[in-house]
Design a protein around this ligand. Structure first.
Ligand SMILES: C[S@@+](CC[C@H](N)C(=O)[O-])C[C@H]1O[C@@H](n2cnc3c(N)ncnc32)[C@H](O)[C@@H]1O
Length: 389
C-alpha cells in the first residue's frame, strides 16, 4: 500500500475546521461532505492523522465504494473488492457499524451480515481456505450507504479519537474533546492570550487549550487499532509519528488558562483529568460561581458551555445562571465570549446580538456557537494581557 484514501468523520458543522487541520498536516483534501472530510494519504498519513488531528472522530482507510439497490448487488460488489490487499489471512474482519441514509437498503443488521459473508467468501477463495482462522489483528469496517452509494472504510483508530486517554472521569454533560478543540480553533485564541471557562465541568476546554498551547499531540497517550496491522504498516511508521509528536511539544511556555466551576467535586475531577493529560500545572482551577466571574487582565477569551437544563424548570434555572454570568461579562469590554448552547434566548439574555453565530450539532442536540466579541487590542497593546498578570 502506498497512496491511499482516508476518510475522517467529524461533528456536523465543523467540516471546515477539520479540513484546515488536514491541509495544515500536509495532505490533499479530495472531498468535504456533511460530517466528513476525505483526503489522500499513505502509511505515514494513517499514523499522523490519528496522532495529530484534534477534531476528527476517527480515521478510516477507504476500501471502495459502489452503488447497491439490492442485497445481491451489495454481496457481489463487496466480493469484487481487493480485500486481500487489506486483510491478512488471519485477520478478523467484520462490519462494526453500518449507516443508511436515504437508501433502498436500510436494514443495517442484514447489510452487516451480507457484507461479512461476501468478504469471508472472497478471502477464503484467495487464501485457499474453507474458513478464516480470525486469530490475528482486528480490521473493523464502517459502512455508509448514502443515496444507495455504499462507501466502505476500515477503522484505523478503534475507540473514537475524542477519547484522548485523559478523561477517565467525567461529570454530567461533558463536551467531547474533539468538539471542544474545534470550537477553540474557531476563536482567535492563541497560547499567549488569556483563556477562561467559568463553567468548566470536567475541564475539557481548558485541557484541550493547554494541549494546543503546548503543541501536545492529542493522540500521544492512546492506542490505535491500526498499530496491530503488520501487513499494512511498520513499527517505524508509528515510531516516526511519536518522535514527531515529542519533537513538537513545547513545555516551557507560560499559559494563562483559567477554569472555574461552582461544584467542588466537579472541580476535583477536572484537576484529575488535567493531571492525567499532563497539563495540570498550566491551568489555574478555582471553585467559584460564574455570577462572580471577575478575571484579571484584558483581551481575554471565554470559551464555555454553560448549563442548559433539559426539563422546563431546569431551563429556567439555566437561564438565570447564564443571566448572572452575562452581568459580569458586561463589565469586561475587552473580553470576548464564545459560548455553545441550545438555549434560544442566549443573545436576548446577553442583551445584544452575537457578532457571529454558527449551527453545530453536539451529538444529537442542535446548538449554536455564539461569538460575542470584545474590543480589539491596539497593535502595540497585543501582549498587554501577559504583562498585566
Ligand atoms: C454543561 S456543564 C460543562 C461541561 C464541561 N464543558 C465539560 O466538558 O465537562 C456546565 C457546568 O456548569 C457548572 N455550573 C452550574 N451552575 C454554575 C454557576 N452558577 N457557576 C459556575 N458553574 C456552574 C456545573 O457544575 C457544570 O459542571
Amino acid at each position: 500500500m502506498n497512496e491511499c484514501v482516508l476518510i475522517a468523520p467529524c461533528h456536523f458543522g465543523l467540516e471546515a475546521v477539520l479540513k484546515r487541520e488536514i491541509v495544515d498536516l500536509g495532505y490533499e483534501v479530495i472531498l468535504v461532505e456533511d460530517g466528513k472530510v476525505t483526503f489522500k494519504g499513505d502509511e505515514d498519513a494513517i499514523c499522523r492523522a490519528n496522532m495529530f488531528l484534534r477534531t476528527a472522530e476517527r480515521i478510516l482507510l477507504k476500501v471502495g465504494s459502489f452503488k447497491a439497490l439490492d442485497f445481491d448487488t451489495l454481496y457481489n460488489e463487496t466480493y469484487k473488492l481487493d480485500w486481500e490487499n487489506y486483510i491478512p489471512q488471519d485477520g478478523r474482519v467484520w462490519v462494526t457499524k453500518a449507516n443508511s441514509i436515504r437508501s433502498k437498503l436500510f436494514a443495517t443488521v442484514n447489510i452487516q451480515s451480507v457484507m461479512k459473508k461476501a468478504i469471508a467468501s472472497k478471502l477464503c477463495k484467495v487464501y485457499g481456505l474453507n474458513t478464516l482462522p480470525e486469530t490475528g489483528a482486528d480490521y473493523p469496517l464502517r459502512v455508509v450507504l448514502n443515496k444507495d452509494e455504499v462507501t466502505i472504510g476500515i477503522d484505523t483508530s478503534g475507540e473514537s479519537l475524542h477519547k484522548r486517554g485523559y478523561r477517565q472521569l467525567t461529570t454530567k454533560a461533558p463536551i467531547e474533546e474533539t468538539l471542544a478543540s474545534a470550537l477553540l480553533m474557531l476563536t482567535p485564541w492563541h497560547h499567549d492570550r488569556i483563556l477562561a471557562d467559568p463553567f468548566c465541568g470536567s475541564g475539557t476546554f481548558a485541557i484541550e487549550a493547554a494541549l494546543m498551547g503546548l503543541n501536545i499531540a492529542p493522540g500521544i497517550n492512546r492506542e490505535f487499532t491500526a498499530e496491530n496491522w503488520k501487513n499494512l504498516l511498520t513499527r517505524k511508521n508509528w515510531y516516526d509519528a511519536v518522535t514527531e509528536a515529542n519533537d513538537l511539544e513545547i513545555r516551557d511556555r507560560k499559559l494563562q488558562i483559567y477554569a472555574s466551576d461552582i461544584d467542588p467535586n466537579v472541580l476535583k475531577l477536572a484537576r484529575k483529568n488535567a493531571s492525567l493529560a499532563g497539563v495540570e500545572e498550566y491551568i489555574n482551577f478555582r471553585c467559584a460561581p460564574a455570577e462572580k466571574f471577575a478575571p484579571k487582565g484584558d483581551y481575554g477569551f471565554i470559551v464555555t458551555n454553560p448549563p442548559y437544563g433539559q426539563r422546563l424548570e431546569d431551563i429556567e434555572t439555566a437561564k438565570k445562571i447564564w443571566a448572572g454570568f452575562c452581568e459580569q461579562f458586561k463589565l469586561l469590554p475587552t473580553w470576548s465570549c464564545y459560548v455553545i448552547s441550545p438555549i434560544a434566548e442566549t443573545e436576548q439574555i446577553m442583551g445584544r446580538k452575537a457578532d457571529k453565530k454558527r449551527k453545530i450539532y453536539n451529538g444529537m442536540m442542535k446548538t449554536d456557537f455564539y461569538q460575542f466579541l470584545g474590543r480589539k487590542p491596539r497593535k502595540d497593546n497585543e501582549n498587554n494581557s501577559i504583562r498585566n498578570n
